[in-house]
Design a protein around this ligand. Structure first.
Ligand SMILES: *Cc1c(COP(=O)(O)O)cnc(C)c1O
Length: 383
């Protein structure tokens, strides 16, 4: 017997409450019962997105809402800036190019956050630029980009800030309306503590104006059509009924914990993970601007990162993510978003220590765990 622990940055573990909600018998989607669940989920999503705008629910993985954001806002030939500091930034650019947009790539060293001054210079020099596309949290490099500063650049221009918040919404404070984010995207299998299959997207008034002029081809991901249906408490096509039922439950859990407490928990788990890895003498991938969703760590010299991650997964039952592309075999990522708490981090850190020992890189057992505990204790009241 092997007990399994899922500490990957998506899919993330699903709490019992949401699992049970999704196990209910199927109901038809054109019914008052479904409309009630759907409308409640939509209201709660506004709370988590920190917006007064509608949050659309699509049946797709997160990338569907990314593609929809490009096709619903822009037209072939439009110029956009893409912050490319990892796999997901690259994806914004690939989608944009697939629809004939002209991409100004801002290439950022992996592990670093974008410098807003570089974006400002581009925008000042090219008044035709219609959008800046970025991640809030670039999961592949465990970096947090300065979204608030980017929003200050786009706010007073005819230019949208389009943010992939797939590992940021419900993880760290990214207040859409307050900061002036025009498009905010997320997905179910990250902080929303659900299986994959739902994407979420909210648009500012300004973004809806762009939508009226946009001529990219689209059919399934038609935001205007979805918004019209949402007003009638339904969706354009058959929704993922069970996932939306689970979504309502997950969102209720977030509401009960309180959004600020959710952020504080993620911040604590992230800090504990970083502190533990440093105590073990390991080097962090993104020490300067770390994401609260996952901690990327270089494996020590002489350890094969791919084998290391595979060993923890297959031998120890602890699933973490490895590195992608140029980081393949060089890093592992401890995810700490969604239904994750103190003792998941203790498990993760302990697994890293034990696996390092097995790979011939001796560490003092418990040294990382002790460092993590020191921070995690802050999450508890005194007896
Ligand atoms: C997971 C993730 C995505 C979406 O990927 P899907 O597989 O389409 O759900 C996009 N951006 C970021 C930052 C992610 O972490």
């Amino acid at each position: 017997m092997k007990k399994r622990y899922l500490l990957a940055p998506g899919p993330t573990p699903v709490p019992e409450r949401s699992l049970l909600a999704m196990a209910q018998p199927m109901i038809h989607h054109r019914t008052p019962q479904f409309s009630e669940i759907f409308a409640e989920a939509c209201e709660l999503l506004k709370y988590v997105f920190q917006t007064d705008q509608d949050v659309l629910i699509l049946a797709s993985s997160g990338t569907g809402a990314m593609e929809g954001s490009v096709t619903n806002l822009f037209s072939p030939g439009d110029e956009v800036v893409v912050i490319n500091g990892g796999k997901f930034g690259e994806r914004w650019g690939q989608i944009s190019e697939a629809y004939g947009l002209k991409v100004h790539w801002v290439n950022v060293e992996w592990g670093k956050a974008v410098d807003p001054a570089v974006v400002k210079e581009l925008l000042d020099g090219n008044p035709n630029i219609k959008g800046v596309l970025s991640q809030a949290s670039e999961t592949s490099t465990t970096v947090q980009h300065p979204v608030k500063e980017l929003a200050e650049l786009t706010r007073d221009r005819e230019c949208l800030l389009v943010v992939d918040g797939i590992t940021a919404v419900g993880v760290s404070d990214v207040p859409m309306d307050k900061w002036g984010i025009d498009v905010l995207v997320s997905g179910s299998q990250k902080a929303f503590m659900l299986p994959s299959g739902l994407a979420f997207v909210a648009l500012s008034e300004k973004a809806w104006r762009f939508n009226e002029r946009s001529t990219c081809p689209r059919y399934y991901f038609d935001f205007r059509k979805e918004r019209k249906n949402l007003a009638k408490k339904t969706t354009a096509y058959t929704p993922a009924v069970s996932l939306i039922t689970g979504l309502r439950e997950s969102l209720l859990m977030i509401k009960e914990e309180g959004l600020q407490n959710v952020f504080a928990r993620h911040a604590r788990l992230a800090r504990a993970s970083r502190s533990a890895m440093k105590a073990l003498g390991l080097r962090l991938l993104a020490p300067e601007s770390p994401s609260l969703a996952a901690t990327g760590v270089y494996v020590p010299e002489g350890v094969d990162g791919a084998k290391f991650v595979k060993y923890m997964r297959d031998e120890m039952g602890v699933t973490m993510a490895g590195g992608q592309d140029k980081l393949k075999g060089r890093i592992f990522r401890i995810a700490h978003l969604g239904y994750i708490d103190t003792f998941d981090i203790i498990t993760a850190v302990s697994a890293v220590e034990m696996a390092l020992t097995k790979f011939g890189h001796a560490v003092t057992p418990g040294k990382g765990v002790a460092a993590a505990q020191e921070i995690l204790l802050e999450g508890y009241v005194n007896p």
